[in-house]
Design a protein around this ligand. Structure first.
Ligand code: FPP
Length: 237
């Protein structure tokens, strides 16, 4: 049964794939493939943990700076993941959505993303959001641009713009804010992930490399969350 105080929305910065592969004398892409298998395992673990929303950082706006072969390998992996997993995601009640700027992604991948979103749009058991070509600053800038166009078109009055207004223009407008953000591989930084949405999130930075992040490790991290005292800026009375 789901824990009453468990996080409803968990967001994960899946770091350490490259090091995991290099430690084994294998190419970095091997680590990404092993990482993709963990995504499946963690999605499957969510219902038993009471996690309704899972958001994973798969490719950042900065990841284009990697070698051309790693970027191409990752894009191929995303296409393969969609192709291979679509049927099970649908059958398992997973609703998949993507956040990030699609403009720089290749047309074939974007078409597959659109189709998977449509295919799973009636599902409601787990909401899996994949951040692809995503950056928090880029998201806020794109949202602000759309909002400015609406102001210029007279659809929105400047005096009515507040934080909830901007939130509706973000890629994540369909999601609640994350309760818990996990980063694997021992790095303690946010790397431009869900900057706006994580204002009151709890963070867990753990040493485990992403390809070693099993359902058991996930359960342990969620257990730590239960001990947190979330006050959202208020004082407990
Ligand atoms: C960071 O590790 C990981 C990435 C940039 C890619 C994440 C992608 C996956 C886990 C694969 C598939 C995901 C889906 C949703 C299909 P890193 O390469 O920076 O590791 P390092 O810090 O050890 O070099």
């Amino acid at each position: 049964m789901a824990e009453i105080n468990g996080p409803k929305h968990v967001a994960i910065i899946m770091d350490g794939n490259g090091r995991w592969a290099q430690m084994r004398g294998r190419p970095r892409l091997m680590g990404h493939h092993a990482g993709a298998r963990r995504v499946r395992e963690i999605v499957e673990a969510c219902p038993a943990q009471g996690v309704k929303y899972l958001t994973v950082f798969a490719f950042s706006t900065e990841n284009w700076k990697r070698t051309q072969s790693e970027v191409a390998g990752l894009m191929k992996l995303f296409r393969r993941y969609i192709q291979r997993e679509a049927r099970d995601l649908l059958a398992n009640g997973v609703r998949v959505r993507f956040i990030g700027d699609r403009v720089r992604l290749d047309d074939k991948l974007v078409k597959m993303m659109d189709e998977l979103e449509l295919l799973t749009s009636d599902n409601d058991k787990i909401h899996l959001t994949v951040a692809l070509n995503y950056g928090g600053r880029d998201e806020v800038a794109r949202a602000t641009k759309r909002l400015a166009f609406d102001v210029a078109a007279g659809k929105l009055a400047p005096k009515d713009v507040g934080d909830e207004t901007l939130a509706q223009y973000l890629d994540t407008c369909f999601l609640p804010d994350p309760d818990l953000v996990i980063r694997t591989s021992g790095e303690a930084r946010i790397s431009n992930f869900l900057l706006w949405q994580s204002a009151y999130a709890e963070y867990e930075f753990i040493e485990t490399l992403w390809p070693d992040f099993t359902a058991d490790v996930f359960a342990q991290v969620l257990g730590n969350y239960q001990t947190r005292d979330r006050r959202f800026g208020a004082v407990k009375v």
